[in-house]
Write a protein of this length. Structure first.
Length: 272
């Protein structure tokens, strides 16, 4: 087999593996319960219906769930990007001992399983009286995304000539002012990449949201979707409709910032 053919086949398998579950969920959301359990299985709905989407919005406060997810994801992303920018700048510009060790620790922290942090995080938020509040998720989400975002930004910051910051400081900028007026604008692809990664992680996260929020009005979208499940029934078409609604904002976000995200993921690795 030719290398080009093998690469094409591998790419087709990856694309199919990525898109098939989403397409299956979309088709399921357009079916009725009767059609879903029909044997043999039908892949396309005979009579596509949007009733599941109407029921998804009326049986549970889905808009409230979406708002909670947006607030938590937006605030945690803003906090994470701010702290990551400061940390990445310190790692790439300031003379500090053990810089490589710090970078290795950041990478190791990024690999920690979330389940190992659940108990201490829950106790901390409970003692602080933050359960069922936005900070109970905003603060952990920002911290959990911090290592990856810092590493992404650091890979961009180190490619920017220090002379540009020196010129800005000669003109009256402080070091922090040079960071926000020179370094960050020139590293826009990396900043956007870090922000998208942090936002998507916060939007999709389930375990922390389930633990920290037990009030229905404070639940995020990923946890709120579980409320559609009955005690003895799984309304898969209804759940699929809610899942499609949860996926759409992320798809729009990625589509709008696709060029910046792709540029951020590739340009950061180019030196010179």
């Amino acid at each position: 087999m030719r290398p080009k053919t093998a690469i094409t086949l591998a790419g087709a398998v990856i694309v199919f593996n990525g898109f098939f579950p989403a397409v299956w969920i979309l088709l399921t959301s357009l079916k009725t319960e009767t059609e879903l359990i029909r044997s043999p299985i039908t892949y396309l709905p005979d009579h596509a219906t949007l009733d599941n989407y109407v029921v998804a919005f009326t049986t549970q406060p889905l808009l409230r769930f979406m708002w909670n997810s947006f607030v938590v994801a937006a605030l945690s992303t803003a906090l994470c990007v701010l702290v990551s920018a400061l940390a990445a700048y310190a790692l790439t510009r300031l003379r500090m001992p053990g810089r490589s060790v710090i970078m290795a620790i950041l990478l190791a922290i990024a690999m920690f399983p979330l389940i190992s942090l659940m108990v201490p995080l829950f106790k901390l938020m409970r003692e602080a009286g933050l359960l069922n509040t936005y900070p109970a998720l905003v603060l952990p989400y920002a911290v959990l995304s911090l290592p990856v975002c810092t590493l992404v930004m650091a890979s961009f910051f180190q490619d920017i000539p220090p002379d540009l910051e020196a010129a800005a400081m000669v003109d009256g900028c402080s070091r922090v002012g040079a960071l926000f007026r020179v370094v960050i604008p020139l590293s826009a692809p990396g900043v956007f990449t870090a922000a998208i990664l942090a936002f998507v992680n916060a939007w999709d996260e389930f375990l922390l949201a389930l633990t920290m929020m037990n009030r229905v009005s404070m639940r995020t979208l990923s946890v709120g979707i579980t409320l559609y499940q009955g005690e003895f029934a799984f309304p898969w078409p209804l759940i699929s409709a809610a899942l499609v609604i949860a996926i759409v904002p992320i798809c729009i976000l990625i589509a709008v910032f696709q060029e910046r995200v792709v540029g951020g993921l590739t340009s950061g690795g180019v030196k010179g």
